[in-house]
Design a protein around this ligand. Structure first.
Ligand code: HEC
Length: 101
């Protein structure tokens, strides 16, 4: 019986984790992509543009030039950063074309 509990917990964790990245990815495309797109007000940005440590600190240290706090909450930025780190330049599967250049 016990293995079932362990199994379910592992599955639940996997699903939650995937959902967090999926949300982060969707938020990234929607919120960041509203400006960072071809022909938009800023150049396209992709997870693989930077290493995970750089993404980790980018918003913490207010490196983003325009203030975007009106259009994206701190929690949303957090899940976007999780997504960016997961597919960063030094990840095992860097994502270069989330927003087409
Ligand atoms: C209101 C429009 C807008 C939104 C929303 C926005 N940005 Fe930006 N971003 C800009 C502008 C303008 C610049 C500075 C000009 C440039 O570098 O193209 C910039 C600069 C950047 C840079 C620096 C460019 C570089 O190559 O180092 C990164 C990285 C970045 N944004 C990532 C993001 C991410 C991630 C999000 C979503 C959480 C986001 N931006 C949301 C407008 C926006």
């Amino acid at each position: 019986m016990k293995w079932r509990t362990v199994c379910c917990m592992a599955l639940a964790t996997a699903i939650t984790t995937t959902a967090a990245y999926a949300d982060g990815g969707a938020l990234f495309l929607q919120k960041c992509g509203s400006c960072h797109k071809k022909g938009g007000q800023a150049a396209p940005v992709n997870p693989a543009d930077k290493a995970a440590v750089v993404w980790e600190k980018f918003f913490d240290r207010n490196r983003h030039a325009p203030d975007i706090s009106a259009s994206i909450s701190a929690d949303e930025v957090k899940s976007v950063v999780e997504y960016l780190k997961k597919f960063a330049a030094d990840s095992d599967r860097p994502e270069t074309a989330a927003i087409p250049k």
